[in-house]
Design a protein around this ligand. Structure first.
Ligand SMILES: [Zn+2]
Length: 158
């Protein structure tokens, strides 16, 4: 559903965005649906490329407590840090802020008779989840993320 996506401010700041745009994609990393499917597998493809939502309490990343970085399953861009993860009780990995402002883009999502803010990887456009304003301090935000959209990279032992 690329037609619903809006051009991202973060993307405009990327020096390598122009060639991707010229090639017909909005994101620096772009593949055909068939190639994404091959790379991601069925379940992750459904989440990242078709905005499906995984069933709650199914992701092993819910209970991931180690220090490290959560990267996009589509393109390995670092999106979230373990330092910002919290247990929301929702059954989805939850964070109160992204690892940096440029990591994520947002869209207004009007599906299912709700108005929500969809969040996706700024580099490949892969759907991550939604952000809500009922999170903990200091941001008050709750990034509700599909574990299938992420890979966890543990911090190296010092
Ligand atoms: Zn990505």
């Amino acid at each position: 559903m690329t037609s619903r996506r809006t051009i991202l401010g973060a993307l405009a700041a990327l020096p390598f965005a122009a060639p991707a745009l010229a090639a017909g994609g909005k994101f620096a990393i772009s593949f055909t649906p068939a190639e994404w499917q091959r790379r991601l597998g069925k379940e992750a493809y459904a989440v990242l490329r078709e905005e499906a939502t995984e069933r709650p309490f199914t992701s092993p990343l819910n209970s991931e407590k180690r220090a490290g970085t959560f990267v996009c399953r589509g393109c390995a861009l670092p999106l979230f840090s373990s330092a910002h993860k919290f247990d929301s009780g929702t059954g989805w990995p939850s964070f109160w802020q992204p690892i940096n402002k440029a990591a994520l883009g947002t869209n207004v999502d009007r599906s299912y008779f709700m108005v929500r803010t969809e969040v996706h990887c700024s580099r490949c456009g892969g759907h991550q989840g939604h952000v809500f304003d009922d999170g903990p301090k200091p941001t008050g935000l709750r990034y509700c993320i599909n574990g299938l959209a992420l890979s966890f990279v543990p911090a190296r032992a010092a």
